[in-house]
Design a protein around this ligand. Structure first.
Ligand code: BG6
Length: 479
């Protein structure tokens, strides 16, 4: 391409994230022609002593969905370099290999992308090594980092400052893979390209909004890691809060990444501190059976928190952000619940309100709950749906994986779907006082049954702040 050769370096190449997400995403980009042999080289870097073939064998089983031919061609692009994360030797060697590839490629300028599939504790040292030994002399250098970015406001700020000394903001790509999901990206279009929603999307018409994440499995061997973070840092403070931003923000001036991120930053600054009596924490029974989890752990595996947005559009509308592990199903959705119909002549209030649901996963869909006449002789009403299910409407379209899209964005230099430093700070400001209270044991997690809906206190909280369960058909005979 006009842009010259590309070296992708996956640091932490033998780890879980690299195997399950990074390499498969690169493979899919390759299979679709976005990365081409002769133009791209992939370097795996980790501490383990492995050969090129050793790494290829490790990741082979995770690369699915394309032909054998594509697969072996792709694997040939991968080389392995071993070294530690904090000394020059390994990084000098890595740089030498990249440079040799760049020389042999003969294009005028080259591109270097470093993907840190690593625990955050080593980010500062790895970034320092990249900055000192591996910078691209002829074109751009970009670095992708994964959450968790710190544990609270202070630690996140410290990390930001350390990385900020080494790289410019436009070189740092803080990934939040929820921003790569099809229906998350659709939120912007939905809100700002449909007149239908423009006049409705505010406190005059909307009663409450829920943003919900459920998983039907527990911490699955990640207990030791998870216990240091908990569900708020793992899911809510990042993934759900990013979705919140897109649902709640004002219309950006344009689609330029900076314009969009300006609006996200603005709405985050309008969020009031979370009140502890609008929080429910849970921990599933059996969580502490994991030997790497301390017996007295108070770490929540479930949380429901209410965000209050102090601005003209949203004052008084609760945003309920809820996430839990080991629940009855796997699902992520946004539920926008509209207000009751004033002066209801059908007396159908108890059946439920209009609710607009955006199901992010699985089976992407958008549907609107409506009250309709129940077909038949009587003037009875019932709840039904206007339904746009992607599986039906877009049968032959393959929806790209989040990581695939975000890596391509990084190569193209588009930071729209990445978290800016000021956004990250604002996100931590919202959650830090609450997290400190939980860490100090001032708020306790209540137990819940694995495979359940989570603590009943969470449903009670949602209803207390205004959410109304939609019921099925209720027939109220005319008086
Ligand atoms: C990760 C969390 O960021 O997201 C995991 O660390 C969680 O705990 C995962 O399982 C969920 O991602 P997805 O795309 O499957 O909803």
């Amino acid at each position: 391409s006009e842009q010259g050769c590309l070296s992708v370096v996956v640091l932490g190449a033998s780890g879980d994230l690299a195997k399950k997400k990074t390499f498969p995403a690169l493979f899919h980009l390759f299979a679709q022609g976005f990365l081409q042999s002769g133009e791209v080289h992939i370097f795996g870097y980790a501490r383990s002593n492995l050969s090129d073939d050793g790494l290829r064998e490790r990741i082979r089983g995770y690369l699915k969905g394309a032909s054998e031919e594509h697969l072996s061609e792709f694997l040939q692009l991968i080389k392995y370099a071993s070294g530690s994360y904090d000394n020059r030797e390994g990084f000098e060697k890595l740089n030498k290999e990249i440079s040799e590839y760049e020389m042999s490629n003969k294009s005028e300028s080259c591109r270097r992308l470093f993907y840190l599939a690593l625990p955050p504790s080593v980010y500062p040292s790895v970034c320092k090594m990249i900055r000192t030994y591996c910078m691209n002399p002829s074109g751009w250098t970009r670095v992708i980092v994964e959450k968790p970015f710190g544990k609270d406001l202070d630690s996140a700020e410290e990390l930001s400052a350390q990385l900020g000394e080494l790289f410019e903001e436009n070189q740092l790509y803080r990934i939040d893979h929820y921003l790569g999901k099809e229906l998350v990206q659709n939120l912007l279009v939905l809100r700002f390209a449909n007149h239908l929603f423009l006049p409705l999307w505010n406190r005059d018409n909307i009663d409450n909004i829920q943003i919900v994440f459920r998983e039907d499995f527990g911490t699955d061997g990640r207990g030791g890691y998870f216990d240091q973070y908990g569900i708020i840092r793992d899911i809510i403070q990042n993934h759900l809060l990013q979705v919140f931003c897109l649902v709640a923000m004002e219309k950006p001036v344009s689609l330029k990444p900076e314009h969009i991120r300006d609006e996200k930053f603005k709405v985050l600054q309008s969020v009031n501190p979370i009140k502890n009596d609008e929080v429910v924490l849970g921990q599933y029974e059996g969580y502490k059976d994991d030997l790497t989890v301390p017996d007295d752990s108070n770490t929540p595996t479930f949380a429901s928190v209410v965000l209050r947005v102090h601005n003209e559009r949203w004052e008084g509308v609760p945003f309920i952000l809820k996430a839990g592990k080991a629940l009855s199903s796997r699902k992520a959705e946004v539920r926008v619940q509209f207000k009751d119909v004033p002066g209801d002549i059908f007396r159908c209030k108890k059946q439920g309100r209009n609710e607009f649901v955006i199901r992010l996963q699985p089976s992407e869909a958008m549907y609107m709950k409506l009250t309709v006449k129940k077909p038949g002789l009587e003037m009875a009403t019932e709840q039904s749906e206007l339904d746009l299910s992607y599986g039906m409407r877009y049968q032959n379209v393959k929806i790209p994986e989040a990581y695939e899209r975000l890596i391509l964005d990084t190569i193209r230099g588009d930071q729209q779907h990445f978290v800016r430093r000021d956004e990250l700070k604002a996100a931590w400001q919202i959650f830090t006082p609450l997290l400190h209270d939980i860490d100090a044991g001032r708020l306790k997690a209540v137990p819940y049954q694995p495979g359940s809906r989570g603590p009943k206190e969470a449903d009670e909280l949602s209803e207390r702040v205004g959410y109304m369960q939609t019921h099925g058909y209720i027939w109220i005979p005319p008086t």
